[in-house]
Structure formats: structure tokens, C-alpha cells
Design a protein around this ligand. Structure first.
Ligand SMILES: [Cu+2]
Length: 207
């Protein structure tokens, strides 16, 4: 039989270990108590694809707040259609892409700090990065602004000889563009090989 002092020590060691284990279990995993790192491929969700038909693609995208959950992680972001990573647009050279952009975000904060500062987090617009199209009117015009509650119709005419490739779109309003892109508001534009012209690429013929 153990002497009383050793028994006391043994019991206190057991209680100490038990308290550590129970203490860990009683703290649920959350944003403030992250339990493990995630792998990038775990977090990746295949975006929605929109494919043009009969030389046109009509898309509606809404800019809205969404709660994104993964395991114990919970984040609240400005998104295109409620997902991180906007839909992929798949078009051919010569197609017309009609985009209805609906800004469903709430009002901006009243204390506006001016054009070249971070401001108007809920104002948006769209830029189609890399496309060789008009930067005016309702085409790739980064000076258009889509205020909270507003809707903007865009029309992107892809030239017949546009190079195939992977491009991307993102908000471009000065003051909130960086903030919105960092939160996940961006998506891919895939210009597929032109099914009507199998000849030498236009750029090579120009050389
Ligand atoms: Cu860009």
C-alpha cells in the first residue's frame, strides 16, 4: 500500500492530466480557437460555369454578403452569387456577353474619406482584365459605378479574332476594389479556340 503523501501526489497528477484533456475538449474549434490548418485544395470549390450558346452569353451576377463555412471556420464576405470565386464565363471569339450586375449590398458608411483612400466598401463595378474590347459606354468601363441597391447592365463584344486564353474579371471601383477582390470577388473568363476560324492566329499573320 502506498504511503498517504505518495497517494496524494498520484491523485493530483491524475487530476492535472484530466483537467488538461477536459480543458482542451471544452474549448470548441472556432475562428478564435483554430484547431488545425486547412490545405488549399480542401477549401477550393469548383466555381459555376456559364457557357455561351449561339454566339451569346447572358449572365446575372449579384453582389451580396454571404456566410462561408468550412468545418469550424466561419467567414462573412462580399461575394458574387454567394460563393467565394465568382462563376467562370466561357465564351468564343465573336460572342456577345451580356452581364446584369446587381449590387445587393447595404448602404455605405456615412463618413466618406474621399476618392484616393479606402472608402465606399459597398460600391462596386466590374473590369474584364485582359480582354481587347472597348473601355467605354457599358463595355469595360471602369468609371461606371454600381451603388448599393443599383443594377448595371454591361455588354462585352468579344472581337472575332480575339486570342483564346484565360482572363479574369474583378471589381475596379477606386476605394473598395482591392478590399472586394481580397475577399473573393473575382472570377475567370475563358475565351475558347475560335470554332469558325482554324487558320493561323491573327497575331501571327500580322507579324
Ligand atoms: Cu485587372
Amino acid at each position: 500500500m502506498l504511503p498517504l503523501s505518495s497517494l496524494h501526489q498520484l491523485v493530483s497528477v491524475i487530476l492535472f492530466i484530466a483537467s488538461l484533456t477536459l480543458g482542451q475538449q471544452s474549448l470548441p474549434c472556432s475562428n478564435t480557437n483554430p484547431c488545425r490548418r486547412f490545405r488549399v485544395d480542401e477549401l477550393y470549390n469548383e466555381p459555376t460555369f456559364y457557357q455561351s450558346r449561339a454566339r451569346r452569353l447572358d449572365i446575372t451576377m449579384s453582389v451580396e454578403m454571404a456566410e462561408i463555412r468550412f468545418d469550424w471556420l466561419k467567414i462573412w464576405r462580399r461575394t458574387y452569387n454567394g460563393a467565394i470565386g465568382g462563376p467562370t464565363w466561357m465564351v468564343y471569339p465573336g460572342d456577345t456577353l451580356n452581364l446584369r450586375l446587381e449590387n445587393k449590398l447595404g448602404p455605405n458608411p456615412v463618413n466618406d474619406t474621399g476618392p484616393n483612400t479606402y472608402h465606399k466598401p459597398n460600391t462596386t463595378n466590374i473590369h474584364v482584365h485582359g480582354l481587347h474590347i472597348s473601355p467605354e459606354g457599358i463595355s469595360d468601363n471602369v468609371f461606371l459605378t454600381v451603388e448599393p441597391g443599383a443594377v448595371q447592365q454591361y455588354q462585352f463584344n468579344i472581337p472575332e479574332h480575339h486570342p483564346a486564353g484565360t482572363y479574369w474579371y474583378h471589381p475596379h471601383f477606386h476605394g473598395s476594389g482591392n478590399f472586394q477582390v481580397s475577399g473573393g470577388m473575382a472570377g475567370l473568363i475563358i475565351i475558347q479556340d475560335n470554332p469558325y476560324h482554324f487558320d493561323t492566329p491573327y497575331e501571327l499573320r500580322m507579324v
